[in-house]
Design a protein around this ligand. Sequence first.
Ligand SMILES: [Zn+2]
Length: 322
Amino acid sequence: MVKKIFSIVFFILITALFLFGCQGNNKTTGQPARPVVVTTLFPLYDFARTIAGDRMDVQLLLPPGIGPHHFEPRPDDLARIHRAAMFVYIGPFMEPWADRVLAGIDRKKVRVVSVAEGISLLPAPTYTGKGDNRHNHAHKNQKESFDPHLWLDFSIDQAIVARLLDAFISADPEGAEQYRRRAGILTERLANLDKSYKEGLADCQSRILLHGGHAAFGYMTKRYNLEYHPAAGVTAELETTPHRLAELVQQVRNNKVKAIFTEELVTPRVARTIAGETGATVLMLYAAPNLSPEDMKKGVTFIQLMEENLKNLKTGLVCKNL
Ligand SMILES: [Zn+2]
């Protein structure tokens, strides 16, 4: 008898475990688990969560506050990607670890979206250390021959939103109408952002953007016709040379530059050094590959950060207010 009761209890326990085990992230609500979308960088996360609404569980792979260029996924990150319904990343030159991870993935289960596919990328700027930093010459490293920061061009962002929309609709056709509506609003916001940059940066005293960070703003400065002088290359977030620093100090002096921009997630040491030498002001420019833990908690959006950038650009380049 005791044995029989025990086996019934055991059976119930196993059944319960099985049922609740399938509920994924919604153990407490009892709702069926939503498909998980794993995104690598903050802009992709922000766009995907906006389009998804509550129909999908969009997650950001990078822990808050961590820069993307030296990130390596941990075993539980890999498990998360393998279990996901969709994996969204930029491309192999931004996430060099992705090829390795994707080789072992079941593409019938995990839909893989590379947002850079089909987009023509800018070459990575290289520094010769001889004053002209726009020379392209043989690259030591293949992954550094393209500039991966394509999300800092708001017209490319609109193409990214369109690609995400397609992926969401084919993964969940029932939600098509909702996805289209939300993607439409987001696209319009990005178009407005582009317009406000074009107008806001049309008439400025200076068109020289001096950046005490790594070369993240190639797309933005090309689109709005600014001359871009970063302290370091596209992936070496902290690496600059004394020679390059001296060049930037000279740039500030020669062109009477008022502001030197710094970036989030790294120390403003380089920008402060140049500012200390020249009397220029240090201003923040968000590349937004990720958020700080505080901004993540506040629910800051990509568009908010870019609006903040525009304010600082207009101040630093002394633009006419429109
Ligand atoms: Zn970067």
